[in-house]
Design a protein around this ligand. Sequence first.
Ligand code: ADP
Ligand code: MG
Length: 317
Amino acid sequence: MLSLTNVVFSYQKSKVINKVSFSLENGQHLSILGESGSGKSTLLKAIYGLLDLNEGEIFWNETEVLGPKFNLVPGMPFMKYLAQDFDLMPYITVSENIGKYLSNFYPEKKQERISDLLRLVEMTDFSDVKVKNLSGGQMQRVAIARVLALEPEILLFDEPFSHIDNSRKNNLRRSVFNYAKVKGITCIVATHDMDDALSFSDKIIVLKNGGIIAEGTPIELFNSKDSVDVGKLFGDVNQIDALFLGGLNDEKQLVYPFELEITDWSNLKIEVLKSYFKGKNYLIEAHYDNGVLFFEHGTLLANNSQFYLKLKDNVSI
Ligand code: ADP
Ligand code: MG
């Protein structure tokens, strides 16, 4: 088990990681979500042992993770860390980079392993190309293959798909995360992209200003609707007074656009501002009493047309 207890870290005076505690079972997949600057990269570095903590402790099973003050070679040997700026060697080939840390003792096995990993990240055709000649996305795929090559106990990924084209991202995510799952490797992924987290995480923690503001399974977080900061991570989210939705008070409710639909009459009267085509439907931006909201609809709605909205029957507040 990985466990963090009251971890505090600051680069200068202000705390970048502020009393973070959580635990993760071996072989599980954790996503660390949060906006840019929330402390995701710093937390990954702390877990890897690249930082000397101000307070608190980090353990992997019985081993304490210690910072550079206590380790000649920073970083824990049973972990692999893919930094945001994947540091590859530019003047050697893709294959050589992936095999860099693999033993030469069984050359055939090594070659086989490199071929498997090239296939996994869809880089077989680039095997003999020098890394300096690759695009950013291709380099990122090589960097992913290189950390997978070693089959560490824990893999730390910092924004692993940030440079990858959308057309390739879904496939690559599935390949890489399923591979880690099958091998029983504990995965920790820092990302601002919920798509990286939703289908794969056993657990998500949400960071804001270096502190955990929400924690749970993807379904728990999606359903909790406790905080706009968390709701926002799932895409557009509305804050609507309960009174407009048939509630008895004027507390703000978090409502996802797909939870609203047009009805004959309700307390929520809207005027359409704009329809955005989304492929399978339209996202409609509309004006209501004291603000703007978004809802999904099957067809385009004319600007300035007026409707009433209600919560779908399976949604409650
Ligand atoms: P994220 O990965 O979520 O974008 P970071 O962990 O990189 O966030 O940064 C968290 C905060 O720490 C930011 O305010 C950032 O400016 C600051 N920070 C990051 N690295 C350093 C550093 N080496 N020295 C000083 N401040 C830093
Ligand atoms: Mg970062």
